[in-house]
Design a protein around this ligand. Structure first.
Ligand SMILES: Cc1ncc(COP(=O)(O)O)c(C=O)c1O
Length: 421
């Protein structure tokens, strides 16, 4: 089975890749010395040195089929020629960074593109990561909620949903529903509560006097790949409007084409007040963004928030190219078609193996509840040269690049089936 990934690639030349690297001496084997990188991640026993398309290559030249895309970052795969060309072009300006005290053309063009492709939005705020985007959205929500002369000073509560993941910095950690991530760092930021994914439970909590915003992922990623029903999203939109709370949609993992729609909430036909983006936005460079509806944007004043690096000209040039590609209707159609096919294949595979309890997902974002611990399946898949990640103790998550071919998807499912068997 380990040869399967090699067979389809046609690019994995183990001898050449491994030989070149070892003769240059540039890459030390992963296990040679204890890592000096802080152990916040339990890392897999592999060191990658090169990427191409849907594959990563280790220092021995072995190809791994990547069904994680750097956890939904590498939507266009590795070594994309378009992304590389834009980077070269952007370098020629000599401006890697320009302070946010000044405007640059790439930042302006990127913001314009994003708001033109998000009909609810009139402004974009740029930052450097998903957590930062959500932190900013919380601040903007509170600013907006108390912006009218008659607003209650107590209108500051943020409500997140059961199973949510909104990041790990101190503010948004309070909106992340994973005990293991929260408990060691208590006390968490106040004014944030977690409520069941149920419209009646939300209706019982949301108050025009105290609730500033509800934040929700249209597809919960870390929480086990749970697709929020479009009907539920519509009810949530109506309820938040009725109670005077902002609806913030965290599309950091599920946005920008992953579900087969440029923005995941388009499927529900709703207009949120804010959307947060990050992961695939700048093709692998760190970038986050908040898209704001006009009424929220109008409440934000100079000095309310800031960032040194956010939206710099280099990263914005790359992001503009990436979002132009990810908004392409042909790509989005392919994601929807491949997603439907993948869902059917995974369901059939689940029935054949008898080792799967549930298959959930949409577009190219799928979760498989396995009888075995997900960590075990992830490790065995790595041995079989397939990269998958977990989303909770018993959910294996698939997030392949959006450019993946049907053949490559087929191969991944075949490897996964063998692993599960
Ligand atoms: C839905 C969601 N929100 C927020 C974040 C945090 O993003 P970052 O790791 O860039 O801070 C993530 C990361 O996995 C995410 O999936």
């Amino acid at each position: 089975m380990t040869t399967m990934a090699l067979e389809i690639t046609g690019v994995a030349d183990a001898a050449t890749v491994g030989g070149a690297l070892s003769s240059s001496g540039a890459v030390a084997p992963a296990a040679a010395a204890e890592s000096a990188v802080l152990g916040t991640y339990k890392r897999a026993p592999v060191t990658f040195v090169r990427g191409q398309g849907v594959e990563l290559f280790d220092e021995r030249g072995r190809a791994f089929l990547d069904f994680t895309s750097g956890i939904a970052v590498n939507a266009l795969g590795y070594a994309d020629p378009g992304v590389e060309a834009v980077m070269r072009e952007a370098l020629e300006t000599g401006m890697l960074h320009v302070s946010n005290l000044y405007a640059t053309e790439p930042g302006e063009r990127l913001a314009r593109f994003l708001v033109e492709h998000a009909p609810f939005a009139s402004k974009a705020f740029f930052c450097n990561s998903g957590a930062e985007a959500n932190e900013a959205a919380f601040k903007f929500a509170r600013r907006w909620a108390r912006s009218t002369p008659d607003a209650s000073p107590a209108k500051h509560e943020i409500v997140a949903l059961r199973g949510a993941f909104h990041g790990r910095t101190m503010g948004v950690l309070a909106a992340t529903d994973r005990p293991g991530y929260r408990i060691p760092f208590r006390p968490l930021a106040g004014g944030v509560s977690i409520v069941e994914r149920d419209i009646e439970a939300l209706a019982a909590v949301l108050s025009p006097e105290t609730t500033a915003a509800v934040i929700a992922e249209p597809v919960q990623g870390e929480g086990g790949v749970r697709v929020l029903d479009p009907g539920f999203l519509r009810e949530l939109r109506a309820l938040t409007r009725e109670r005077g709370a902002a609806l913030v949609l965290d599309e950091i993992q599920c946005g920008l084409g992953r579900t087969g729609y440029f923005l995941a909430h388009e499927r529900a036909g709703i207009e949120p007040d804010m959307v947060t983006l990050a992961k695939p936005l700048a093709g692998g460079l760190p970038m986050g963004a908040v898209l704001l509806a006009p009424h929220v944007a109008a409440a934000v004043r100079p000095g309310d928030h800031g960032t040194t690096f956010g939206g710099g000209p280099f990263v914005a040039s790359v992001a503009l190219h990436v979002v132009e590609r990810l908004a392409d209707p042909a790509l989005l159609k392919r994601v929807r078609e491949n997603g439907e096919w993948l869902g059917e294949e995974l369901t059939a595979m689940a029935a054949r193996t008898g080792r799967v309890r549930a298959v959930r997902g949409t577009g190219l974002m799928w979760g498989i509840d396995t009888n075995a611990p997900a960590g075990e399946v992830v490790a065995n898949a790595l041995d079989a040269r397939l990269l998958v990640c977990s989303a909770g103790d018993h959910t294996v998550r698939l997030l392949p690049p959006l450019t993946i071919t049907r053949e490559q998807l087929k191969l991944g499912v075949a490897i996964l089936e063998e692993v599960l068997q």
